[in-house]
Ligand binder design. Structure first.
Ligand code: OOG
Ligand code: NI
Length: 465
């Protein structure tokens, strides 16, 4: 029997191998990330593993995929469900200020502590909102619906195996092999010709709409390894001659602990694709839509921590609004301004972050009994050495960064008509599409913290707090 955890780990490996043959620069990114991780581990020892074992971090990836319809989204949920990946979080990329794309998204990922430690593979999954009149006219919506309704992204056999795996917690060896082969193949770049005029019509609305609805199949958009020092990685990729996007998205490099998520990517590469012209001729051309991204993960923040992050991100945007003294802002300048804002407002140690209720931690009995009876209250237990706190790693995404990742790799701005009314599509609607609960990331982090508190109470024989 191959259980859901093993299926997930194997799928992440296969997708990574497949993407490396399709986009070789991704392999360079993975190699550089591993070099940097080894160096950080040598330099800082156990500290390097404070947010996950080196085994976890080395294998850790996230992927991004994009689908066109609720029916396709529901099928994706079944395939990932087979691998113990649940939908977590709701992201509305239509509302992003800097750029907007006509999709709503969630991330499929494991939700249990042990599952995350075993393999945290996650996939950021976006779905077109074709009913949004700011992007699609009624006529285009209808033609797009017909195109999407006629394609089949996932073979029935794959879905059947997925359902069987989810119901039974895994598959026998031959069925697991078949499932993994079919699942990996479903995300390969197809060689089927793309209709030039149809692709162009959608690209006029949004390059993301064309990438999703302009082609008869789906594919991995990018795959992202995790790195322990993203600034070092950024410099090294540039030295190797790979063009990176202008900035590292998310929090700045600063003097306190890593929080949330920092991400960067190399520019989408030209890939050969076949196009069918209106006169029926098939010609070779290329498209730039797929890329490689890398990320550094930090401590998960509470809603209060997140509000502070958003406030500082807004302050940064205001301060850099017109550039610096009218000049274009470099990544280094941007970081310097952001770091200054952070140093002024964000507590600089884990214990202060915990005390201020800004970030999530688990609590563990140290085994020491520094006094006759444990004092009341977490702060006193920590201060006297009865218990210790460990940070909980951030397992999710950031909408502002996601918008930046989409934007940095779009070939055109598209044409959103902000004068038209959008269409309501929120977390509840997405849960309805998925046919399963859409988890709230904060509730998941809080549950992990609370379970650790219950454990500590039992171990110390406490009845309250
Ligand atoms: C997804 C963009 C978001 C991230 O890491 O924030 C994302 C996409 O381009 O399809 O992957
Ligand atoms: Ni990504």
């Amino acid at each position: 029997m191959v259980g859901s955890t093993a299926l997930r780990a194997a799928f992440a490996r296969r997708l990574s191998a497949m993407y490396g043959t399709e986009v070789p620069a991704y392999n360079t990114l993975v190699d550089v990330a591993h070099d940097v991780n080894r160096e950080v581990l040598e330099r800082t020892g156990a500290d390097a593993e404070r947010l996950g074992s080196i085994e976890r971090v080395t294998a850790e990836r996230h992927g991004a995929i994009r689908v066109g319809t609720p029916a396709e989204m529901a099928q994706v949920a079944r395939i990932f469900g087979a691998m113990g990946m649940r939908p977590v979080g709701f992201y509305d990329l239509r509302e992003a200020a800097s750029s907007s794309v006509p999709v709503v998204s969630t991330a499929f990922r494991p939700i249990d502590e042990a599952e995350l430690a075993a393999n945290p593979f996650r996939v950021f999954t976006s779905m077109l909102v074709t009913g949004d009149r700011r992007f699609f006219s009624a006529d285009l919506e209808r033609r797009l619906g017909a195109f999407l309704g006629a394609r089949r992204l996932f073979p029935p056999r794959l879905l059947e195996l997925a359902d069987r795996a989810e119901a039974g917690g895994g598959l026998d060896e031959p069925a697991a092999e078949e499932f993994l082969t079919l699942a990996t193949r479903a995300f390969e770049l197809s060689a089927e010709p793309v209709s030039r005029s149809w692709y162009a019509e959608l690209e006029h609305v949004s390059a993301v709409a064309a990438d999703i609805g302009g082609v008869p199949s789906t594919h991995v958009n990018h795959l992202t390894p995790r790195v322990l020092d993203i600034d070092a990685l950024y410099a090294r990729m540039s030295e190797r001659g790979i063009t990176m996007i202008d900035a590292i998205q998310g929090p700045p490099r600063w003097s306190g602990p890593d929080l949330l998520l920092r991400q960067t990517s190399f520019r989408a590469l030209a890939e050969p694709r076949l196009f069918r012209e209106d006169d029926g001729r098939v010609v070779r051309d290329d498209l730039r839509v797929r890329f490689g991204e890398v990320e550094a993960r930090g401590i998960a923040v509470t809603p209060a921590g997140r509000a502070l992050y958003d406030e500082l991100a807004d302050a940064l945007a205001t301060e850099l609004g017109g550039g610096l003294n009218g000049e274009r802002v470099t990544a280094a300048e941007r970081n310097a301004v952001a770091a200054k804002l952070w140093e002024a407002r964000v507590p600089r140690t884990e214990s202060e972050l915990a005390a201020a209720g800004l970030a999530y931690f688990t609590f563990h009995a140290t085994g020491a009994r520094p006094g006759p009876t444990p004092p009341a209250g977490l702060a006193a237990l920590l201060a006297q050495g009865w218990i210790t706190a460990r940070p909980i790693v951030y397992e999710d995404f950031l909408p502002r960064s996601a918008a930046g990742i989409f934007q940095s790799n779009l070939t055109s701005d598209g044409s959103k008509d902000a004068t038209r009314a959008g269409v309501e599509f929120g977390a509840e609607a997405l849960a309805g599409v998925l046919g399963r609960p859409l988890h709230d990331p904060y509730e998941l982090y809080a549950a992990i913290r609370d379970r650790s508190l219950t454990r500590v109470r039992d171990e110390l024989g406490l009845t309250t707090e």
